[in-house]
Design a protein around this ligand. Structure first.
Ligand code: NAD
Length: 475
């Protein structure tokens, strides 16, 4: 079925589905103009989608692993074939500049294909004449995937692929800010998978609660804020649904005394400012050894000043992706100004020469550890850079947070790297890099950054029941 990229529907039971008389519109953050209408799903839509998913689940679970993998591979092909149109929707809904919108689709395709290369989990624990014990991983059934607005497709692919490959069916709930691209990818999926295997519903804040409370849903795989993650656990506890949570972070980088300032500033700067800092594993705090502090800070300032802001083909930084986040970033900037912190690059005022929610890449010079910009997850293009002198002390400062998503250490000294990396309290630790992710490698948050695992074999198992099978001869 050809896709009309200008009109938006839910996908239920393998077909496009309207919500007659009920619709909503999100805002284009780069222009402040309203985007097209999307469905405003009702409780009836939720009940219908769950009922259809429950019927589709045993049929899809019976499809052999290789055929399920093949279908996910065809979804990757469909994304690739429609990359141009899908990237335009990402620009429109979230304000990613063209290069980053295309990058999201390319990475989504790679991730879908990467999951296809994973082997089915399962173990033979004992195999003797007397007894064979095996462990099998069986699908949970109906999985709801709830995703945020910052990587609406890429993060969903990290849920859709493992859920479907392990034999579950999937109901996709996008953020109300970014439903457009999701609804089109779901239509592409409806052309590939049997009816009811992949469905998508667009709606407002009620929709997530209806889905997480629904007794017909077996698992919720959530990516978003820690605050909403806690509400989801409470909601899922009523029917003991399985839950995976990928939540917020306040990732730190420790820069040691032996680095090349320009190289380290450009590598960290890329991960701090890509997607205007709106990445869960963006570098959000940098601790630089005092002996190289001035030169590394100068390199960060040079890097930030060179970044092009806007929506042109060569723009690096787009707008903050929605009004709620824009207001939050403005409140952090006001706090920086009122606290008298030193702004080494950028500004504490938004870029008002542009219609959308644009903020200049901003560097804060050595703020105190208790400043809001250091303690809170900024999720925006503002980077605090601090000094350190004592290794034990900087590790303590880095770990002094309720979050534990990622952290990195930058040095040529491999023993110092190993020593520091071993003591970082985070699910993802990087040496001389940051924010690397791939489907083969487990990704999880420590402390309040998450619950459970995505990606890798552990991530496949997260979508399964564990079943131990004991087999003995009859006599
Ligand atoms: P959010 O928690 O506000 O919303 C995430 C999703 O949850 C949205 O689809 C939203 O509609 C839905 N939702 C809201 N209330 C709900 C409820 N009561 N029940 C069910 N669903 C509900 O997060 P956001 O603002 O969209 O995203 C930003 C946050 O996401 C940041 O904290 C960021 O660090 C985090 N994040 C984490 C990862 C990760 O992999 N760890 C990746 C990206 C973003």
């Amino acid at each position: 079925m050809p896709i009309n990229f200008g009109k938006f529907f839910n996908s239920i039971d393998g077909k496009t589905s309207d919500t007659p008389g009920k619709s909503r519109r999100a805002t284009n953050p780069s222009t402040s103009e309203l985007n097209p209408e999307v469905p405003l799903s009702t409780l009836d839509d939720v009940n219908r989608a769950v009922e259809i998913a429950q019927k589709a689940a045993p049929l899809w679970a019976a499809v052999p692993w290789d055929e399920r993998v093949d279908a996910v591979g065809r979804l990757a092909d469909a994304l690739e074939a429609n990359a141009e149109d899908l990237a335009k929707l990402i620009m429109m809904q979230q304000g990613k500049p063209p290069m980053w919108a295309h990058h999201e689709i390319t990475t989504s395709v790679q991730w879908l294909r990467g999951f296809c290369n994973l082997s089915p989990p399962g173990t033979v624990i004992e195999d003797t004449e007397a007894c064979k014990i095996t462990t099998r991983y069986t699908p949970l059934g109906v999985v709801v995937g709830i995703v945020p607005w910052n990587f609406s497709i890429q993060l969903a692919c990290a849920k859709i692929a493992p859920a479907l490959i392990t034999g579950n069916v999937f109901i996709w709930k996008p953020s109300p800010y970014t439903p457009y691209c999701t609804l089109k990818v779901a239509e592409l999926a409806s052309n590939i998978f049997p009816a009811g295997v992949v469905q998508a519903l667009s709606g407002d804040d009620n929709l997530g609660q209806w889905l997480t409370q629904h007794p017909g849903v077996n698992m919720v795989s959530f990516t978003g804020s820690a605050a909403v993650g806690k509400q989801i656990v409470a909601s899922c506890s009523k029917t003991l649904k399985r839950v995976t949570l990928e939540l917020g972070g306040n990732d730190a980088s420790i820069v040691c005394s032996d680095v090349d300032p320009l190289e380290v500033a450009s590598k960290i700067g890329l991960v701090a400012f890509a997607n205007a800092g709106q990445i869960c594993i963006a570098v959000k705090r940098v601790y630089v050894h005092e002996s190289v502090y001035d030169s590394v800070l100068a390199a960060f300032v040079g890097y930030a000043k060179a970044l092009k802001v806007g929506m042109d083909a060569d723009s690096f930084i787009g707008p903050i992706s929605n009004e709620r986040q824009y207001e939050r970033i403005k409140s952090l900037l006001t706090d920086i100004e009122q606290s008298g912190l030193v702004v080494a690059a950028g500004s504490t005022r938004p870029l008002l020469d542009k219609a959308g929610y644009f903020i200049a890449p901003t560097i804060i010079d050595n703020p105190p550890d208790d400043a809001r910009i250091v303690v809170e997850e900024q999720f925006g293009p503002i980077l605090p850079v601090m000094k350190w002198s004592d290794e034990d002390d900087v590790i303590k400062r880095v770990n002094l947070t309720e979050f534990g998503l990622g952290a990195s250490v930058w040095t040529r000294d491999t023993s110092q790297a190993d020593r520091i990396a071993a003591r970082l309290e985070a699910g993802n630790v990087w040496v001389n890099c940051h924010a690397e992710m791939q489907p083969s490698t487990p990704f999880s948050g420590h402390k309040q950054s998450g619950l459970g695992v995505e990606m890798g074999e552990d991530g496949l198992k997260a979508y399964c029941n564990v079943q131990s099978v004991w087999k003995k001869p009859a006599n």
